[in-house]
Design a protein around this ligand. Structure first.
Ligand code: PLP
Length: 410
């Protein structure tokens, strides 16, 4: 950046780093456009297309003339369909008024943080964590207090560690289960124990990012903080179309916060009314269909992901110098690759970090993985691989990595 361009932008904007995952996805696109056969494990999105009934509902609404402004937090029908889903699936007592629909789960998180966090407030965040939370907290003037949790504890912060991180300045605790990037999730009793700890701190809210709550493997059970009496009044639950319904490009996310007379949803609506206004009008009827009429499609995708999770974990676990907890939910594995540090790649690159590992792997074996540094905590020893891609790509991509690892020297 030149001196002039630094002067042009605000200190706030200048301080924001671009998303590492989006940058990597762009690089993969570039290499492919240049003819390179890249196998991509980097993108955090399902390879399926959005179920047809959802697409039909949007097209029908568009063709039917639903092309004007709609209410800022979403249409009453869409908000009620989401509220009903939260009530029946998550056990969260809420009404349509407790819901706001925004342009993607990412914006839902951003607005929730803007609505709650003041300069000087602390936000407790188990790490490794999704890479957007920290910049969002900092944009609100808050400070992230990390609670590191490594692979030996399935990347799950203990209630004791969260208790130790809470202070009088804590305004928010962010929990993302199942987790991006870790692919692990909290058991119901762990959620209860964490809720008990947070309940002892009057000021502290929970932002429970449950965007992967339908993508769970084995006989695991998901529990929402918003369903527990001790935290129900102080929880914002985040979800959306992107992951469950393979609809990342639609940009539809939502938040639910029934507590304290809907104060947080009202605040998010005010912020949204002065920024993006609402989501695209004709997507509202599609939300209703997604929430009420797609169980079979969602389950079919979940079953596919479950099969791929097992294949990917088996292949990654066979790699030399690498350890990897099994995925419990979402569509990621997050292996520890620090055993390769200090070695030299077949192309002559010294591997000294997750970033150099990922760069060498992409350039030399044409496999894209996300280096873990941006996820904080122990992330610098890890890379993230998404298994939201077809079986053949998983097998051949993992084979390429294995062959490349076998040739590391030193
Ligand atoms: N939360 C988590 C944990 C995510 O992984 C993502 C997307 O990668 C989001 C929120 C935001 O999803 P979107 O904005 O695509 O709806």
């Amino acid at each position: 950046m030149t001196a002039t361009s630094i002067d042009a932008v605000s200190a706030r904007a200048a301080g924001v780093k671009p998303s590492a995952t989006l940058a990597l996805t762009a690089r993969v696109r570039e290499l492919r456009a240049a003819g390179q056969d890249v196998i991509g494990f980097a993108a955090g999105e399902p390879d399926f297309t959005t179920p047809q009934v959802i697409c039909d509902a949007a097209v029908e609404a568009l063709q039917g003339g639903m092309t004007h402004y709609v209410p800022v937090p979403g249409t009453p029908d869409a908000r009620e369909a989401i509220a009903e889903r939260f009530r029946s699936r998550n056990g969260i007592q809420c009404t349509a008024n407790d819901i706001i629909v925004s342009n993607g789960g990412k914006l839902s998180c951003y607005l929730a943080i803007q609505a709650l966090v003041d300069p000087g407030d602390e936000v407790v965040l188990p790490t490794p964590a999704w890479l957007s939370y920290k910049p969002m907290v900092e944009l609100a003037g808050g400070t992230v207090v990390e609670v590191p949790a490594g692979p030996e504890q399935q990347f799950l912060a203990s209630p004791e560690a969260i208790a130790a991180a809470l202070t009088d300045r804590t305004k928010l605790v962010i929990i993302n289960s199942p987790s991006n990037p870790c692919g692990t999730m909290y058991e119901p009793e762990q959620i209860r124990a964490i809720a008990d700890v947070i309940a002892g701190h009057d000021r502290a809210w929970v932002m429970s990012d449950e965007i992967y709550d339908q993508l769970i493997y084995g006989d695991r059970e998901h529990l929402s903080f918003g369903a527990l009496p001790q935290t129900a009044d102080r929880t914002i639950t985040i979800n959306g179309l992107s992951k469950t319904w393979a609809a990342t490009g639609w940009r539809v996310g939502w938040a639910c916060a029934p507590g304290q007379d809907g104060a947080v949803i009202k605040a998010m609506s005010r912020l949204q009314s002065q920024s993006s206004s609402s989501i695209t009008s004709f997507l509202n009827p599609a939300i209703v269909v997604a929430c009420t009429n797609t169980d079979a499609e969602v389950e079919a995708m979940r079953v596919s992901f479950e099969g791929r999770a097992a294949v990917m974990h088996e292949l990654v676990s066979a790699w030399p110098m690498v350890t990897c907890p099994p995925p419990a939910g979402a569509f990621y594995v997050f292996p520890d690759i620090s055993g390769t540090f200090g070695r030299t790649s077949p192309g002559g690159r010294l591997i000294e970090s997750a970033a150099t590992f990922a760069e060498a792997l992409l350039e030399e074996a044409s496999v894209a993985v996300v280096p873990g540094e941006a996820f904080l905590g122990c992330g610098g020893n890890h890379v993230r691989l998404s298994f939201a891609t077809d079986d053949d790509s998983i097998r051949s991509g993992c084979g390429r990595v294995q062959a490349w690892l076998d040739q590391l020297q030193g």
